[in-house]
Structures are given as C-alpha cells and as structure tokens.
Design a protein around this ligand. Sequence first.
Ligand code: NDP
Length: 416
Amino acid sequence: WEWRKPVAASRRLVAAMATEHYANVTIGGGNAAGYVAKEFVAQGLGRGELAIISDEGVCAYERPALSKAYLAGEGAARLPGFHTSVGGGGERQTPEWYAEKGITYKLATKVEKVDAKTKSLSTASGNTITYDKLIYAAGSRPVYLSEFKVPGSDLQGLHYLRNTADADKLVQDIQAAKASGGKAVLVGGGYIAMEVASQLANNGVPSTIVCPEPYLLSRLFTPKIAEFYEKFYASKGVHIMKHAKATAFEGSGKVQQVVVSTKDGEQKLDASLVIVGVGARPNVELLDGQVEMVPKPVGGIKEHVTNARQTATQAVRAIKGKTTEPYDYLPFFYSRVFNLSWQFWGTNENAEVAHFGDFAAGKFGAYFISNGKVVGVFLESASPEEQSAAQKVAREQPAANLAELESKGISFATSR
Ligand code: NDP
C-alpha cells in the first residue's frame, strides 16, 4: 500500500484546501450576524445560501449582557440564555437554530484576507470561500493600554471586556476578590467602567473608577446629569477619581497596585483586579483600501448595538431587493446600572441643554437644542410611554426654546 499513501495524503490536502461557495457570507459572529440570519430567515432563505464566519467559539449573542447581567453573581445570565435575537424580541438563535435553517456557522474560524475584486476570502486554516454578496460585520476590539506602552499593562489581572471568554476570566477574578477581600480598579470613565463598577458593587467588591475627564461619560452626560450618577455610585461605595489617569500597574506576575496620577500628585491604589475600558477600535483592516471608510482619526464604521441590529436588517433587505431606501438611523444609547436605567436618542453635539424633572428623586431628563430645534433627549427612570414620546421628539426635531422645555419637562414630549 506504500504507493497509495501519498495519494490519500494529497486527497486530504485537497479536502483541506477546498473552495466553498455561498451566495451570502457574513464575516463576524457578533450582534449584527445574528440579526442578519434573523432577517434572511424572515425573507426566505434556501439551504446553503448563507454562511457566517466567526473567530469566536460560540454563536452570536446579545453582547450588551456581558457588562451587565453576565457579571451579576447569583442568577447571572449565561449562554444559551442570551443568544441573539432575544434582545430585539426574536427567537433565541442557538447553534441548533442555525442548523435547522440551513445556515452554515463556522465557529473559531479566523478570516485572514478578503479580496473584494474576486469575491473571495481565505481563512487562517488555509481554506478559500467565495461569495456573491459579503456582509462585513467584524465589530470592534478594545483599545489596549499596551498600545500606549503603559508600564505593567501586561500583568495578569488586567481585564478587557469584549467577548464571553473575556467575561469568564473577569467573573473568575471577581469571585476570587470576593473570597479574599480584594479590591478592583476601573480605568476609564465610560460605559464599561460604569456598568462593571455597578456589578462589582452588587458582588460586594469595593472599586475605584479612575476617570480621566472632569466627570463620568463626558461625551454624553452633562455635568448635572453626571453629578446624579456620581452621587449614586458614591452611596453604593464606588469611589470615583476624576481628572485621574492610570500611569502604571505594579505587581509580580499579577497586578497588585495601580499608580494613578491626579492634579494633586501621584497615588497608589491596591487592586487584585483591574478592568480597562478606554474605548474600542473597529476591526476594519481586512477591507483596508478596498471600500470607502470614515476618515481617520474617527475611522471605520459607526457601531452601536441598535445600529448593528438595524444595519443587519437593512443589508439583508437590500440584498433581497426589498429596499432601495438609504439607511436611516436615529442614534440611540442606553445603560442599566444598579436599579437605574437611562436612554438617549439623537445627538448632543454643540447643543444647549434644558434639564427637567426631579434629580433628587432620580427621575429626570434633558432636552438638547440646536438651531432652535430639539435634536436629542435623555431620560432616566422613564416609563415606556415616556420613552417612545422622547424617541419621537428626537426623530421629528420640533422647534422649541429652553424656557419652554424646562417648564414643560417630559410633558413637552408626551403631550405632542
Ligand atoms: P467609552 O468610549 O465609553 O469610554 C472610554 C473611556 O476611557 C473614556 O472615559 C475615555 O476618555 C477614557 N480613555 C480614553 N483613552 C484613555 C487612555 N489612554 N487612558 C485612560 N483612559 C482613557 O469606552 P468603553 O471602553 O467604556 O466601552 C467600549 C465600547 O463598548 C463603547 O464605546 C460601546 O461601544 C461599547 N459598550 C456600550 C455599552 C452601552 O451602550 N451600554 C456598554 C458597554 C460597552 P475620553 O472620552 O477623554 O477619550
């Protein structure tokens, strides 16, 4: 059989290097991919018409859960509980769901190259896949402090949060801190810092937020709105340092202290774990030079979970010839921390602000006005009716002035 051996080997090689073809391929297995599959199924999908290629080890899930219910300790969310598209009110798309619908889902598969001209891509394992239509939904990755060469940023115990593997490591360290009386430091004053700090407090782990700006979530909150949350966090035992930067991490192998520089000098904080949330970068390199991008330094493609869901739907409708309308998106941001819940629709760029409601009681909001029109609305602890009224205002942008908005408050939106 000696002579047959190389033949069998080369057959195996041919099989390994095979080219597969799908009418539609989605690169990325995040929120958008799940909603792409949902919409394809809704529009009618033949077997083998769609492949999803993801370098994650699990099928698409509702990513926002990772910084919220996933970290909740007792009764925390776990897969398969939050696979897409439960967040958008759809069926829970488990691996079996994709198989039933005839969708090929390639897990743990990294795409290394895309050639938009020949409509083909190659994977790290050397396979080539060709397509008629490509949906590019590769998402983002965290900004790493090692990119800025922050000393000690490669120590164990420094966490970034983007996928379930990251979240599992974080949960382990939270449990360890809980058991040993350890403390946590959050680097950054954005979404990750605020949401993870609230879960750390729920787990009984004391934490400090090291926020570089004058107040939390400064790109969205106003100083008055931030003050409410800062007081609330303080009441839950979360310490907040503002105008503060983490300049180094110290420890032998594992992090033990964080060096923080503030206006008043340098300080060292004990930390058995650190969570870094200093922003995200879009994974757009595979398409570099092949499609039009948002110019740097912003770069890439605008991303938010609602946007991911809606662009997914729009892309599939366009592929199926169901729409020729341009994409229309009302920016939407939200968060849930402790027993609080806020939403924001529209824009706050160069806007004047009319605050309203009862800040002391924790039920309040703000209108953002630009050129005499309401262009954005923020609400905390609002009812579903108030939320839809606010969303409508941000979409329709009615004319109004500061005094009127301040005196009418939420009724400006609900009585329209
Ligand atoms: P954010 O953009 O929300 O916040 C980043 C924070 O880090 C800001 O305070 C920023 O300050 C600060 N920062 C930037 N660079 C540095 C640096 N070199 N050193 C220290 N601090 C720095 O990002 P997150 O990491 O919190 O979250 C990442 C992304 O995840 C979000 O943009 C969002 O897309 C998503 N996400 C959304 C959630 C939601 O919608 N509820 C929840 C969790 C995540 P500055 O503004 O001055 O740059």
